[in-house]
Ligand binder design. Sequence first.
Ligand SMILES: [Zn+2]
Length: 350
Amino acid sequence: MALWSTRGGIKAGERLLGEVPLLLGPAPSSASPEQLAGVETLSRLRFDALTKPQQDKLLALSDAYRQNDNDKPSLMGVILSNQLPAGVGPGGSSAMGGLFELLCRAQHSCAPNCEYSFNTSLGRGVLHAIRSIGANEELTICYLSSAPRLTFEQRQEALQLGFRFRCACAVCTRAQQDEEFRDASDRRRTRIAALWEQLDDVDAARVPLDSLALTKEMRTVMAQEGFGHASSIVGRMHFRLFQICICHRALLSLARASLAACVSAYTLARGKDCDALIAGGYAALLDKPDAHPDFACLDDEQRVPKGTDAEALARELTVEVAAAAEATSTASSQPEPRAGEAAQAGAGAQ
Ligand SMILES: [Zn+2]
């Protein structure tokens, strides 16, 4: 199964699908038999309440947990093979998962051309192009949020463990055929992991200008690995830079520029109505970044070197981010030939 674009000229930031889940239920957070049994009981009740055509659509999804190819798909096998994140349950207590007739057909890629997210206000799973896509190209998403930080072998292990397949995406296929490419790609992804760890460190706010350099390098390396500006990972990275800069009154303009980069990346990858921007408050914060509770909290430590021209750094960041966004919007995705059934759906279907 796969999902394909049905028209050309798709630009980064376009919403290609918005789909109500056929089945919404708790996402198994562990493989413990008790928890899986609980998920199965609840999911079975919800499945039984569906119409026959809806049930048929669900059971037409793949089941990677079948013992052999002739077995009928089981509800639990379909859930474990296909469930996509779908927000949180009542009271915010548990993660929910959704099964979708179309969205669940999007295959994984370690350098995808689309991003999936769940939009709580719409109650729909949404699919956004994160770079330019031509007609009849396969639409791919990344099943592992950690993929940009994992080497070829680490990704294979994680996908085998979580989804029971070996990845044959364009990046992995090339990595398997070309040792030099694999080494270079592995080095870049290992570097992304190291940079992310440094940026995420609680003490990163005490060396704000180092953090600025880290994000600059990460932006470059991630782009080389196929993660352009239109990506929630890039959005999170710039939000982290905002959190670091906002601790210093002298860096307010740089904090604002970081937040603007964050909002721009999320808008392209998930839409301006996405959870992070609306429920997460990022969009509102852009109007008044100094309302953030950490504003100027590290001023006493004087961590910003005297003579730092924050306005100039902010302008530089804005120009770099605009260039990254431009590069993303013109980057073509790599067609990924793949055997298998093509879903008669895709860009512009809704
Ligand atoms: Zn791959």
